[in-house]
Ligand binder design. Structure first.
Ligand SMILES: Cc1ncc(COP(=O)(O)O)c(C=O)c1O
Length: 399
């Protein structure tokens, strides 16, 4: 990556320019080097530094107030971290400490980071090479109420879910699913943690993705986009009642760099921009415009482009098979688009354009995506023919 600006990034030699249709999972929701965010950071640099985690801080308090006021009910306490995994670790640790229970349930193929407890509740693929086995961490298929009911018990401290599991391929929660999860948690005294690292801050057309469901989580995880793509910061928002552990001992959990004051200054600006009704309206109208164009592409390439998973600008392109995602990622690059396939379901391409995308940019991106789809489709057919030919060669040599 060389120069970067708005939705664009260039290679080091300025020979290649890519439109960022991945936004690093939401880090670049507001584009690269957004002017308002840059100005907030520059202004912060006049007087601030990281701050001191032993002392109270006006800037941390201001951002915490802004964040908790944007949440429903008594999600009134905010603890800052540096990255998403750290914020998830804190939530899981707190769930165990609060309930005195040791089991966590998460979604198969979900992703919450690569730190300690976040890794433990993630896919085995990322744990096995390190020999990390966590028998108390149970996994159930997303959208499967019966499996959740079967795994639920009074030993469960919490259920943690991404509101829309991104690494699993942007699987949309079925209507009523999250409400049912909330009900099952309540019946067993388990907490519900919503991971909004990718879905938060306007990505789905509402400020928080869980607002599409009629639920009140016990904890909410925020990361990526809060940084404005400029200064790492994450947050775990918890209900008032969960604060007891910290009231008893404020130093029971510490993050030296978590909630750095410069990061808070940036986070305040991100939230100010993203919570504006006009901003969210624009996300929704861009989502509609993209949808009609994507529908057109799906009609054009029905055998390759199977479906569109979408809430707002949280979009997954569902393709023909597990090789199609990598093929479109490569073809996208060749046609000046940065798109990335979902790691835990490679038949889906994550399509996360910056929330600031304009109508002209939508037209441009769709023209390029059309070409990329056509190339990827041909690449897949060629590979399929090759594997058929290889199979035939194999059989002939055996005969
Ligand atoms: C949904 C979700 N949760 C948590 C994380 C972990 O965040 P970080 O990489 O900042 O630790 C990620 C990162 O991709 C994520 O997508």
């Amino acid at each position: 990556m060389g120069r970067r600006e708005g939705p664009w990034l260039y290679d080091l030699n300025e020979e290649k320019r890519l439109f960022n249709c991945h936004s690093n999972g939401g880090v670049f929701n507001l584009g690269h080097r957004n002017t308002e965010i840059m100005n907030a950071l520059k202004e912060g640099l006049e007087t601030l530094d990281i701050g001191n985690h032993h002392l109270m801080s006006q800037h941390r308090a201001d951002l915490a107030k802004q964040l908790t006021e944007s949440m429903p009910g008594d999600l009134e306490v905010c603890i800052f971290g540096v990255g998403g995994g750290e914020a998830v670790d804190l939530a899981l640790k707190l769930a165990m400490g609060h309930t005195g229970r040791g089991t966590i349930i998460s979604a198969q193929g979900g992703y919450h980071g690569h730190t300690g407890l976040a890794l433990a509740v993630g896919d085995a693929h990322y744990r096995d090479p390190f020999g990390i086995h966590s028998p108390e961490m149970l996994q159930v298929p997303f959208n499967d109420v019966a499996s959740l009911e079967a795994s639920m018990s009074d030993a469960v401290a919490a259920v943690i879910l991404e509101t829309i599991p991104a690494t699993l391929g942007m699987v949309m929660p079925e209507p009523g699913y999250l409400e049912k999860v909330r009900e099952i948690c309540d019946a067993h005294g388990a907490l519900l943690i919503m991971d909004e690292v990718q879905t938060g801050l306007g990505r789905t057309g509402k400020l928080w993705g869980f607002e599409h469901a009629n639920i009140q989580p016990d904890m909410v995880i925020i990361g990526k986009g809060l940084s404005g793509g400029i200064y790492p910061i994450s947050a775990t928002i918890i209900r008032e009642a969960l604060n007891r552990i910290f009231e008893e001992d404020p130093f029971i959990h510490i993050s030296t760099f978590g909630g750095s004051e410069l990061g808070c200054r940036v986070g305040q600006e991100v939230l100010r921009i993203s919570a504006q009704p006009e901003f969210l309206n624009r996300v929704n109208s861009a989502a509609l415009a993209l949808r009609s164009q994507l529908d057109g592409l799906q009609q054009k390439y029905p055998k390759f482009f199977k479906g569109i998973r979408q809430t707002g600008l949280m979009i997954g392109l569902e393709l023909k098979d597990e090789y199609a995602g990598p093929a479109l990622t490569k073809a996208g690059y060749d046609h000046d688009l940065l798109v990335v396939y979902a790691n835990n379901d490679t038949s889906v391409v994550q399509f996360l354009v910056p929330l600031t995308i304009t109508d002209d940019e939508i037209e441009w991106v769709i023209r390029k995506l059309d070409k990329a789809m056509n190339s990827a489709r041909k690449l897949r057919s060629a590979l399929k023919l090759k594997s058929k030919a290889d199979g035939l060669k194999d059989r002939l040599s055996r005969d």
